[in-house]
Design a protein around this ligand. Sequence first.
Ligand code: ATP
Length: 218
Amino acid sequence: MSEPLGIFGGTFDPVHFGHLRLAEEALDRLGLGSVRWIPAGQPPHRGVPQVMARQRLEMVLRSTAENDRFSVDAGEVGAAVPSYTVDTLERLRVELGGDKSLVLLVGADAFGGLTTWHCWRDIFTLAHVAVSHRPGFPIEVASLAHELATEFSDRRLPDPGGLRAAPGGGIVTFAMTQLAISATHIRKLLATGHSARYLLPDSVLDYISLHQLYRDRL
Ligand code: ATP
């Protein structure tokens, strides 16, 4: 089987070094061939992002441009209706076939909320899920919703090698450099006139400044 493909969805409002290290360390630790970034259009399970989808897409394009193992998928951004992760994975299955190993990358906070996602159990029929550690969000079975804790225990793979052995259905966790960076904090800094430098790439900050984004709303 070819190397697994990482799928990394998010609002990326804006993209920051926490996202970039997650994708890079997933490549390295999980033996992925590449990571496909998929910025959300209008995410169904959370509030309206602060900037337009095409601007969030542009920031992801700028921040990933120099990594030839990263690609960016504009499928959700261009969709007329909100895209659910499960729909995106179905689209990728049609594109890539049933045998390709797909690994959905999520931070521990996102994984903790998985039961609120549309048809969340179907995600496991379409892909593996790899959960990264994130400061403030311990990955503990005891803190997961009961149904998710059961899936977590039943599907847990002992090591990332299992991601190659099947196209989907497993769960792995991986430790990454702990960076307590969030888009919420960056938006707050920018809205209150503070520096966000070194929390996200300069190319993204330049874009934010050029288009005067995140100026006055917290
Ligand atoms: P917000 O603060 O607006 O909620 P965010 O910083 O959490 O945004 P998202 O675009 O919502 O960013 O996150 C996309 C994915 O990246 C999610 O799976 C999230 O868990 C993960 N993630 C974001 N920041 C980090 C971080 N610092 N460390 C590990 N994972 C992260």
